[in-house]
Design a protein. Structure first.
Lengths: 221, 215
């Protein structure tokens, strides 16, 4: 069995998914923490939706959007990009499912940043973007790292959305989580158990790292 | 010239002020809860008046009727808040240089010398004492070459001994730079030493104003 191949594939796709969710995730966290606009609660609800919806349902929505005849899939198809049932679909499913955790963690971190620092920076001539990049983000760095680790950990374990949009193609889209299911289903219990062991070790490491990050004291004046 | 003529509401509290300030140093004097800090916040653009106008020199910062409300970063108002809010993740030098504008005449050396913070420049903020923080915060505000400097109880956080040592720095800022200062305090001795004009606030209203000797 390709234990190492599956492990490596899962780590790589989860890493890419974390990169993919980082920019929109931090932007959303900022909007939710500091923005004052109509529809903020609606946006917050939408962002968190994948956290509470059945992942399989999220996967089906993604599938209908990104399938070759779906609204987004058709556009991408014209550009020669195929998503569903490729490794790109794995990354997409992981990113969508990990995003809420990233946003919520980073948002909580930004909430903790004392607004006095942001106010002081603005009286010194800094516009909103400069305040965010030079004051808010550096002061929220522990939460930023913790959010990325949580999003990554969630991506590692993603199953429901992945199986809908990427399937379980050996050597092509099979991740640890999907692999465990496929092996167990076909009676290959020893291989399933090995993947469980690897998953547990990675999950433990990621969570421990995340907790360690958030237990560290932030910078204080 | 600073022309304040505005009303600002905050829950049950209403601040109403109509004053023209021409002095080099104006003190806002009064008990806590009188609205002194709110006046500074409004001038700096951190709170928005309900109505009225706010003019510094020939620049309109706020005009409710014409819909003018400059954001803080465009007001060119230096503000040293009571808690000074030095950026904890930057060295003193980076703090002081944060608001420097391109092509300005004031050099870091000159400001650092005036406030005697040269030995502190490479320190981290958590290592500073209360008095040092005050001086660094004043330097940081000055380096943004403001057209007006707002100081909120710059001496409240320091003990009497240090207070005596910081006052001369404020006098230097007053005498060496042509930046008008509006200064919040509840200490009458400070008013006599620094201010040329006093505005006394109580419960959001101006009850008296004039030169320190008269008031």
């Amino acid at each position: 069995m390709d234990l190492w191949r599956i492990t490596w594939f899962t780590l790589a796709t989860a890493g890419l998914a974390t990169l993919l969710m980082a920019f929109p995730g931090v932007l959303l966290a900022w909007l939710l923490a500091r923005g004052r606009f109509r529809g903020r609660v609606l946006l917050e609800t939408l962002v968190s939706l994948p956290l509470v919806m059945p992942p399989v349902a999220t996967g089906l929505i993604l599938l209908s959007l990104f399938a070759p005849l779906g609204p987004i899939g058709r556009l991408l198809g014209r550009a020669g990009v195929e998503i569903v049932f490729t490794w790109k679909a794995v990354v997409l499913a992981m990113a969508v499912m990990g995003l809420p955790l990233l946003v919520r963690t980073v948002r909580a971190g930004i909430d903790q940043v004392d607004r006095r620092y942001e106010a002081a920076a603005s009286t010194l001539g800094a516009g909103p973007l400069r305040v965010f990049l030079t004051i808010t983000l550096p002061l929220a760095r522990p939460a930023l790292l913790a959010g990325a680790v949580l999003g990554f950990a969630r991506a590692l374990g993603e199953f429901g959305a992945t199986i809908m949009i990427a399937g379980s193609i050996p050597g092509s889209t099979r991740t640890l989580a999907v692999g465990i299911y496929s092996f167990a289903e076909t009676g290959r219990d020893a291989e399933a158990a090995a993947l469980v062991g690897v998953s547990a070790a990675i999950a433990f490491t990621a969570l421990w790292f995340s907790n360690w990050l958030s237990s560290r004291p932030g910078v204080r004046g | 010239m600073i022309a304040l003529d505005f009303t600002l509401r905050q829950g049950d509290f209403t601040l109403q002020i109509c004053q023209r300030l021409d002095a080099r140093v104006t003190a806002l004097f009064g008990p806590s809860g009188a609205g002194k800090t709110t006046v500074l916040d409004a001038i700096a653009g951190l709170r928005t008046p309900a109505s009225g106008s706010l003019v510094v020199g020939d620049r309109v910062l706020f005009d409710g009727r014409r819909g003018v409300n400059l954001p803080p970063q465009h007001r060119h108002v230096g503000y040293v808040a009571q808690d000074v809010a030095l950026f904890p993740h930057m060295t003193v030098r980076r703090n002081v240089l944060y608001g420097r504008r391109p092509g300005q005449r004031l050099s870091l050396d000159a400001v650092a010398r005036m406030l005697e913070i040269e030995p502190l420049l490479d320190r981290d903020v958590p290592q500073l004492s209360g008095g040092e923080r005050q001086r660094v915060a004043i330097a940081r505000a000055l380096m943004s070459t403001p057209e007006l400097l707002l100081l909120d109880e710059p001496l409240a956080a320091v003990d009497v001994e240090r207070r005596r040592r910081i006052l001369p720095y404020l006098e230097r800022v007053r005498d060496e730079l042509s930046v008008p200062i509006v200064y919040v305090t509840h200490d009458a001795a400070e008013v006599r030493q620094l201010a040329e004009w006093v505005v006394v606030l109580e419960q959001g209203q101006v009850v008296r104003s004039g030169s320190p000797d008269v008031v």
